[in-house]
Design a protein around this ligand. Structure first.
Ligand code: GTP
Ligand code: MG
Length: 205
């Protein structure tokens, strides 16, 4: 587990509400319902530090969590995890989509302390056109990101192997993407320890 406390800091509906950029940030991106909040909980070993939900589109803000430091704020955290608003849910009103695009794009392009993104991809679905949109946004913003397959427990091993191949082939086409990917299940704890190491390394490096 990460050393030190993990605490919720704030929920930012717009860039002007972000905390002072004084510590490294690792952000989680992905379609609505892909399992961002669940992965955050699994990585931090907390049952419900990030709210999970069966209703897609619940998280519409940038949700900040402090890792390390002092709980009372007397000491800076070591780094911050950022749960980004999900995208690509059916029936999203155009105004919401537009707001998402501005918020995410401004964050990706302007956040000096953003060290790495984790781009979550559902093992059942693979990379969809909406995922390509954010991959391109990150490529252009010069943000490096690691593709993380989620919910691996939900697919058969043979199907998973095929999807991994396709996802890796796509990742190799993108300037910002790591050629290696992670395969996880927050439910079963699969791939979590390894990803935790990657997060730590990203925050420190
Ligand atoms: P938004 O905040 O709406 O964008 O969703 P999210 O990406 O944060 O997804 P969330 O973590 O809330 O998970 C969505 C649903 O998928 C919940 O019902 C979770 O219990 C389920 N889920 C998440 N991870 C896993 C997993 O590894 N395995 C299985 N079987 N279910 C999972
Ligand atoms: Mg969420």
């Amino acid at each position: 587990l990460f050393s030190g406390p993990v605490t919720f800091l704030l929920s930012a509906p717009a860039i002007k509400f972000l905390p002072e950029p004084t510590v490294p940030e690792i952000a989680f991106a992905g379609r609505s319902n892909v399992g961002k909040s669940s992965l955050l909980n699994a990585l931090t070993g907390r049952k419900a530090i990030a709210r999970t939900s069966v209703t897609p589109g619940r998280t519409q803000e940038l949700n900040y969590f402090n890792v390390g430091g002092a709980e009372d704020g007397s000491e800076e955290p070591e780094f911050r995890l950022v749960d980004m608003p999900g995208y690509g849910f059916a029936k999203a009103p155009p105004a919401i989509v537009k707001k998402w695009r501005f918020l995410v794009n401004d964050y990706l392009r302007g956040r000096q302390v953003l060290r790495r993104c984790l781009l979550l991809i559902d093992s059942r679905h693979g990379i969809k056109p909406v995922d390509l949109e954010i991959m391109e946004m990150m490529d252009i913003a010069g943000v490096s990101y690691r593709v993380v397959m989620t919910k691996a427990d939900k697919v058969k091993a043979s199907e998973l192997a095929k999807t991994i191949e396709k996802v890796m082939a796509e990742a190799r086409k993108h300037a910002g993407a790591y050629p290696e990917i992670s395969v996880t299940s927050s439910e079963k704890g699969m791939g979590i320890e390894e990803l935790r190491g990657f997060v730590l390394q990203s925050a420190e490096g």
